[in-house]
Design a protein around this ligand. Structure first.
Ligand SMILES: NC(=O)c1ccc[n+]([C@@H]2O[C@H](COP(=O)([O-])OP(=O)(O)OC[C@H]3O[C@@H](n4cnc5c(N)ncnc54)[C@H](O)[C@@H]3O)[C@@H](O)[C@H]2O)c1
Ligand SMILES: O[C@H]1[C@H](O)[C@@H](O)[C@H](O)[C@@H](O)[C@H]1O
Length: 335
């Protein structure tokens, strides 16, 4: 029998996940959707047989046939939805950030610890991207020697209207916080943020772009250019500089055209294009895991570690200094 999923939040990502569950991956179906905006929820559920429509996330989780929850509401709404899923013992895939602040993430992790079993997967989809996976394997195999530096670029064509300077870190650089931990198997121990003059292409008051520096427990230095209003497309690059060579991803390998004295390759418009396959693989792995009684992917601990890195990043944005990341001991549940 297919796994009945309640999708909470049917905006840009949620609607895309509804489509994915309904028509891309096998073994699951959208049993219910919820969005504060009833029209948006209805639109996402249109044509899906047996899918009930709600404005209250808890009501969607109580709908007949629901056995798992996918949370794609706005970040501040994640915590309440996660706790509702826990109250029902439902496994949950929650879009990043797990919650926007470490205090909320800690409450979620502690609630899961009280349950004594893992229910949460955090939607850090880069872990499912084939290029990132190849880079991770290359670094793990060690043929290039130990990693010394990562140079990362993270560019969005434009930010949504509600984006704030803090969100450059908490909503965008949170991906590099997780990717750094996952690629290197090391923790981020300190963060600095350099702020060039804001681009005239960024909304008034938004400190965009920024250069974020991580130091890791293994002595690697990571620089992240975050530029969420670059204007020209979506780019995520990562180059690892190792002792005997480099390995890089994100250059794009699509069609190249030549003409009128120029060579050209399209740049993806946004993350739904660049990471389409990664989202498919992430949701498929989550569904397959649940069907086999396992919880796959990034854990609440990973969400918490990333949130602590981002908290240090926001403090570094404000004070202009290097800010240390204080990570507590990892609970045994997440060993
Ligand atoms: N993994 C990725 O690459 C990626 C990409 C984009 C967004 N995201 C994440 O996905 C989440 C959603 O982002 P989005 O771009 O789709 O935003 P969005 O604004 O398009 O959609 C959010 C939806 O949540 C609904 N909502 C808000 N509070 C709610 C509540 N309490 N109950 C029910 N519905 C509620 C809103 O009405 C809206 O329709 C965020 O956590 C975001 O960070 C992840
Ligand atoms: O919510 C989105 C999403 O996480 C994207 O993957 C990232 O590139 C954007 O910067 C962020 O705003």
């Amino acid at each position: 029998m297919s796994l009945g999923i309640a999708v909470i939040g049917t905006g840009r990502m949620g609607a895309d996940h509804v489509r994915r569950i309904d028509s891309v991956i096998g073994g699951a179906r959208v049993a219910a959707v919820a969005d504060l905006d009833a029209d948006r929820a209805r639109e996402a559920a249109a044509g899906i047989e047996g899918c009930s429509v709600h404005t209250d996330p808890a009501a969607a989780m109580d709908a007949p046939g629901v056995a798992a929850v996918l949370i794609a509401s706005s970040g501040p709404a994640h915590e309440a939805a996660l706790l509702e899923a826990f109250a029902r013992g439902l496994p949950v895939l929650c879009e990043k950030p797990l919650t926007p602040d470490p205090a909320g993430t800690l409450r979620v992790m502690e609630a899961e610890l009280r349950l004594g079993r893992r229910l949460v997967t955090v939607g850090f989809m880069r872990r499912y991207d084939s290029e990132y996976q190849e880079l991770q394997r290359t670094l793990e195999q060690g043929e290039l020697g130990r990693a010394l530096m990562l140079h990362c670029r993270h560019r969005n064509a434009q930010s949504p209207p509600f984006f704030t300077t803090e969100m450059l870190i908490r909503d965008s650089v949170v991906h590099e916080a997780d990717a750094t931990r996952w690629l290197l198997g090391q923790e981020v121990t300190a963060v600095q943020v350099l702020r060039p003059r804001p681009s005239s292409g960024a909304p008034q008051g938004l400190g965009d772009p920024q250069l974020v520096l991580f130091e890791t427990s293994g002595g690697v230095v990571v620089d992240v250019e975050i530029f969420v209003n670059c204007g020209f497309g979506y780019e995520v690059h990562c180059e690892a500089v190792c002792e005997r060579g480099t390995a890089s991803i994100g250059a794009g390998s699509g069609l190249v055209t030549r003409g009128a004295g120029r060579a050209a390759r399209a740049i993806p418009e946004d993350f739904t294009v660049r990471f389409a396959e990664a989202y498919d693989r992430e949701v498929r792995a989550w569904v397959d895991g649940i069907r086999r009684g396992r919880v796959e992917g990034a854990s609440a601990w990973d969400g918490y570690a990333a949130a602590l890195v981002c908290e240090a990043g926001v403090r570094a944005q404000e004070c202009g200094e290097r800010v240390g990341v204080e990570l507590p001991e990892r609970p045994a549940l997440y060993a």
